[in-house]
Design a protein around this ligand. Structure first.
Ligand SMILES: Cc1cc2nc3c(=O)[nH]c(=O)nc-3n(C[C@H](O)[C@H](O)[C@H](O)COP(=O)(O)OP(=O)(O)OC[C@H]3O[C@@H](n4cnc5c(N)ncnc54)[C@H](O)[C@@H]3O)c2cc1C
Length: 391
């Protein structure tokens, strides 16, 4: 079905964006319409990551939007980064996941915590899509509580020896490199760059997902993997290091979720105006108008939240708790809109003719990864009361 998307902007938020923001956003929007919409349903049905779009993702600046140009990044500000994520997720959350992981979970830690040699070696290739990366934090027994991780490395003189396993890792099945979080002999968490082809390192794919089907997910298994010492990220250690990456990725998700919601709303609005039941368009019934009116209200609130967060992030002032609130609110908003929008389409809503059901299923992962909805509530709770309720 043709992509007829028209972005809602109920509060003229475009007036608050710079010309560069709008240029970057419109380039991403056009690219999604041209390159993602025609192929994404088929990729999702086949549960395949569409590798053909990697080059295009690099060209619209989706790999390292805010990484400096000297390392191959696009050198853009945080609002441009957010807008790119919004447009990509308007197409599909799985495609946005690939871009988020590459930018904020692989390029960001190499840029922020890596050596100059590591930056020069990996960042330009990651920015161009020549290298794809993944981020290994979650383990079978440690999801919401990654500090308990069991993956570990030992100092063997001229190299480290890495053992353990990660699961639920986006991009794992095809990634060329993995940024892996593991404990040293003193129990301190460090980041290590693991390269495909290292002996003892495998990445089995996770099958049978009903969500993010166009994104490849897998495990990372480390069985006595010899890691050269120069592959340790030298400039930050402790749980704060991976959590810093998550701040950046969650910020992108807060924007991305708006894209998925906008697509569901726009599709439902158009359908409701065209679909005739009992001799008039279903958009003319109060029950359907309530749904649509609430959707545009929630999208507008989410847009304003994301924009203000982007301003704070540009000023270096956005806190982890502020980012967490936006991730939780905006994903929750999007998933609710997807569910309501699907109902507006009646039976057609469950088919692949329309994007809504795919968004709805995708958002079930988005509300769980990068900190579950519950964990983000606990982060806000801790921030406002000063009391941690995680344990
Ligand atoms: C498709 C997909 C892609 C992913 N990609 C990546 C990736 O690239 N890299 C990576 O490292 N990870 C990735 N993840 C993992 C993701 O971050 C974890 O699934 C998530 O952190 C939750 O962990 P868990 O699944 O082990 O759930 P659990 O931590 O076991 O949580 C289960 C339930 O318990 C609740 N809960 C947990 N602790 C508390 C508490 N203290 N109080 C109240 N409730 C609590 C949770 O909210 C949740 O509802 C991905 C996950 C998915 C589904």
């Amino acid at each position: 079905m043709a992509d007829l998307f028209q972005a809602p902007d109920y509060y003229n938020i475009d007036d608050l964006l710079s010309d560069e923001h709008k240029m970057v956003r419109d380039a991403a929007r056009d690219w999604v319409k041209r390159e993602v919409s025609p192929i994404i349903e088929d990729a999702a049905q086949k549960a395949e990551f569409p590798k053909s779009i990697v080059k295009g993702l690099a060209e619209i600046g989706a790999f390292g939007p805010y990484i400096p140009e000297e390392y191959g990044g696009a050198g853009l500000d945080q609002i441009s980064y957010g807008l790119i994520m919004q447009e990509i997720e308007r197409g599909d959350s799985g495609v946005r996941s690939t871009a988020s992981v590459q930018s904020s979970l692989v390029m960001y830690p190499i840029w922020k915590y890596g050596s100059e040699e590591q930056r020069k070696k990996y960042l330009p290739k990651l920015a161009s899509g020549e290298f794809m990366g993944c981020f290994g934090l979650t383990e079978p027994d440690y999801g919401s509580n990654p500090g308990g991780m069991l993956t570990n490395f030992k100092d063997k003189g001229d190299h480290y020896l890495l053992n353990g396993a990660k699961m639920w890792i986006s991009n794992a099945p095809f990634a060329d490199i993995a940024v892996v979080w593991a404990k040293n002999e003193e129990g301190r968490i460090h980041g290590l760059i693991v390269e495909r082809g290292m002996e003892g390192f495998t990445t089995p794919e996770t099958h049978n997902k009903w969500s993010l089907r166009a994104s490849a997910t897998g495990e990372l298994i480390f069985n006595d993997v010899k890691i050269p010492k120069e592959n340790l990220l030298p400039n930050k250690s402790g749980l704060g290091a991976p959590l810093g990456c998550l701040d950046s990725a969650r910020f992108g998700i807060a924007w991305g979720a708006i894209g998925a919601a906008m697509d569901c709303y726009d599709t439902a609005l158009r359908y409701a105006k065209e679909r005739i039941q009992f001799d008039k368009p279903i958009a003319g019934y109060q029950l359907q108008q309530k749904k649509l009116a609430e959707m545009i209200t929630e999208i507008t609130k989410a847009q304003l939240l994301a924009l203000r967060l982007g301003q704070l992030k540009n000023e270096g002032k956005a806190t982890t708790a502020q980012i967490s609130m936006a991730k939780r609110n905006n994903v929750d908003m999007a998933i609710k809109i997807a569910r309501e929008a699907r109902q507006i389409l009646g039976g057609m809503g469950i088919t692949g003719e329309y994007s809504i059901m795919r968004h709805m299923m995708n958002l079930e992962s988005v509300i769980t990864y990068e900190g579950t909805h519950d964990i983000h509530l606990l982060i806000t709770g801790m921030d406002i009361t000063g009391i941690a309720a995680f344990k």
